[in-house]
Write a protein that binds this ligand. Structure first.
Ligand code: FES
Length: 495
C-alpha cells in the first residue's frame, strides 16, 4: 500500500534539494561574474553548472509546491501554495518561499531569453537571484517542519553561510575598483627543452617543450601563447595548441611563412629534440569568455588557439568552426577536427573551392560570440561584419594605426620606483622605460601580444596597439608601452 505521507516526504525532500541547488547556482554565478578563481576555472564549465543548478532548483521548487498541494496530510490548497499570505500556517515565511519561487522563474526565464533582451535588463533581473536565495533561506529556516533536527540545522547553516559569503563577495568585488593588472617583472625567460618535433602539415612544424629540470609547467588557458627568444635577438609568440591539463609539456605549431622575418625559418631549421630554447609566458589576451554559442573562424595557422578553445568546450555547447586555408595539405589539424566533429567543422581549402567562403552569409543573423585568428584581410572583414562586443580577435600582424598628430615628446612619472622618464619623439615609451632601468615585461614589441601592459594612474594615453579595444583599455586604465604614447604632456604609471 502507498504510504499516505508519500507526498509529504516528496515535499520535504524536493524543498531541501531546491534550496541546495539554488545556493549552488548562486555560488557558481558569483564565481562566474567575479572570476575570483580565474587562474584555475573554466568559464564555459562554470556557466553550464550555474545554469544546470538554476534549472534543478526551479524544477525541485515546482515539485515541492506541487507535492504540498497533493499531500492530504498538511492540506495546502493551490491558493495557499501560489498566493503570498493566503496560507493560514506561518503566512510570512510561506509568502517568502512563494516570492522566491516567482523570482527564480523570472531569473531563469530571462536567462533563456537573454539573446533577445537588452543586457542591462537581463542583468537587473538576474540580481533577483540573490534576493531569491536569501528568501528561500528564511522560508526554509522558519517554516520547515524539520527545523528541530540537528542534520537539518547543519544543512541550513551551511547553505545560509555559502549564500552569505557569495553575496558578500559579489558586493565587495562590484564596489572595488578594477583590479590592477598583474605585476609583470622582466624575469629572465626560463630555458626549456624541445622534447619532440613532428610535421603537422606542409610547412607546419609541431614542437613540444618541457621544463629543463622536469618540473611542472605553469597552468594555461585556451588562447594563451608563449614567447620564444631566438638567436639574433628575435622574439616570437606562438599560441599553445596542446592539452591545458598536461603540465609536462607545451605544444606549439610553427608555420614557416614565405614572409618569415626569421623566427619560423630558424625554428624549422634548428628545433630538434634536445635543443634548449628560452621561453617566457604563457600569457593570454585571447581568452574564451562564456557565451551560449560560438563561431570560430580560423585562417591557416590561426587554428592553433582556436583548437585549444574547441577542446575546452563542454560537450553540448553550440559551436561551429570555419577553417580557411590554401589547401588541406597546409592546414594543420584539419583532418583531425573534421573527423572528430564533422557536424561542427567546415574546412574551406582554396585549391578546392577556388574562392574564400562568404563570411557575411555565414554570419548572417547569428548572435553567437565570434572568435577569429587569422590574417589581416580576414580579421578586418570580420571587424566590419560583427559588432565589437561579440567579436574576439587574435591578429598575426598589428593593425596599422596613425597618431592623431606629429610624434611628440612627453614626460612619465613612475610612482612605485619614484622615477621621472623623458620619452623623446623618436623613442617608444617601452624603450625609454628600459633605458631608465625600469623592468617591463615585453614580448612582441609590436602591440599584438599584450605582454607589456602597464597601469595608467594619470594622463591620457594615445593607444596604438592591436591587443584590445580602446574602450576596454580606458575602462581598465591600461597602456601597452611598446607602441602607445601619450596625448597629454605627461603620464603617470603604476611602475
Ligand atoms: S610587447 Fe607585445 S603588446 Fe607590447
Amino acid at each position: 500500500m502507498t504510504d499516505p505521507q508519500l507526498w509529504w516526504y516528496v515535499a520535504r525532500a524536493s524543498g531541501l534539494v531546491a534550496w541546495a541547488a539554488m545556493t549552488g547556482s548562486v555560488v557558481w554565478g558569483v564565481l562566474l561574474a567575479t572570476r575570483v578563481l580565474r587562474s584555475i576555472d573554466n568559464p564555459a564549465w562554470l556557466q553550464d553548472l550555474h545554469r544546470w543548478l538554476g534549472g534543478t532548483a526551479l524544477i525541485m521548487a515546482g515539485l515541492h509546491m506541487l507535492s504540498l498541494m497533493l499531500d492530504t496530510w498538511t492540506h495546502f490548497s493551490p491558493t495557499e501554495v501560489l498566493v503570498p499570505f493566503a496560507a493560514g500556517y506561518r503566512p510570512l515565511p510561506i509568502a517568502m518561499g512563494i516570492v522566491a519561487f516567482y523570482l527564480l522563474v523570472a531569473v531563469y526565464g530571462s536567462t533563456l531569453l537573454r539573446p533577445r533582451m537588452p543586457q542591462r535588463f537581463w542583468k537587473a533581473l538576474h540580481y533577483g537571484s540573490y534576493a531569491s536565495a536569501i528568501l528561500v533561506s528564511f522560508h526554509a529556516g522558519w517554516s520547515g517542519s524539520d527545523v528541530g533536527s540537528w542534520g537539518y540545522r547543519l544543512a541550513a547553516f551551511t547553505l545560509l553561510g555559502l549564500t552569505t559569503v557569495a553575496v558578500l563577495v559579489r558586493v565587495l568585488t562590484a564596489a572595488a575598483p578594477l583590479p590592477p593588472p598583474p605585476r609583470r617583472h622582466a624575469a629572465p625567460p626560463r630555458p626549456m627543452t624541445v622534447t619532440a618535433t613532428y610535421p603537422l602539415a606542409r610547412e607546419v612544424l609541431g614542437v613540444d617543450l618541457s621544463m629543463q629540470d622536469g618540473t611542472e609547467l605553469p597552468i594555461w588557458t585556451p588562447g594563451a601563447h608563449v614567447t620564444l627568444y631566438l638567436p639574433g635577438g628575435l622574439t616570437r609568440c606562438y599560441s599553445l595548441c596542446g592539452d591545458p591539463a598536461d603540465r609536462s609539456r607545451y605544444r606549439i605549431a610553427v608555420h614557416r611563412a614565405g614572409s618569415s622575418r626569421g623566427g619560423s625559418t630558424w625554428l624549422h631549421a634548428n628545433a630538434a629534440a634536445g635543443a634548449i630554447l628560452d621561453v617566457s609566458g604563457p600569457d593570454n589576451h585571447f581568452t574564451l569568455e562564456p557565451a551560449p554559442e560560438y563561431i570560430f573562424v580560423a585562417g591557416g595557422i590561426g587554428i592553433t588557439p582556436i583548437r585549444a578553445m574547441i577542446e575546452a568546450l563542454p560537450a553540448h555547447r553550440r559551436w561551429r568552426l570555419v577553417y580557411i586555408g590554401r589547401s588541406r595539405a597546409t592546414m594543420a589539424f584539419s583532418g583531425e577536427l573534421q573527423q572528430r566533429w564533422p557536424e561542427h567543422v567546415s574546412v574551406y581549402a582554396r585549391d578546392e573551392t577556388g574562392v574564400r567562403p562568404d563570411l557575411a552569409r555565414i554570419l548572417d543573423g547569428t548572435t553567437a560570440a565570434v572568435y577569429c585568428c587569422g590574417p589581416a584581410s580576414m580579421t578586418e572583414e570580420l571587424a566590419a561584419l560583427v559588432p565589437a562586443p561579440r567579436l574576439h580577435i587574435e591578429r598575426f600582424t598589428p593593425i596599422s594605426q596613425q597618431l592623431d598628430g606629429p610624434r611628440r615628446a612627453f614626460e612619465v612619472t613612475c610612482t612605485r620606483s619614484r622615477t621621472q622618464v623623458h620619452v623623446s619623439a623618436h623613442q617608444s615609451l617601452l624603450d625609454a622605460l628600459e633605458s631608465a632601468h625600469l623592468p617591463v615585461y615585453s614580448s612582441c614589441r609590436e602591440g599584438i601580444c599584450g605582454a607589456c601592459q602597464l597601469r595608467v594612474l594619470a594622463g591620457h594615453p594615445e593607444h596604438l596597439d592591436s591587443v584590445v579595444g580602446d574602450e576596454d583599455k580606458d575602462r581598465a586604465d591600461i597602456i601597452y608601452p611598446c607602441v602607445s604614447r601619450s596625448r597629454t604632456s605627461s603620464l603617470t604609471l603604476d611602475l
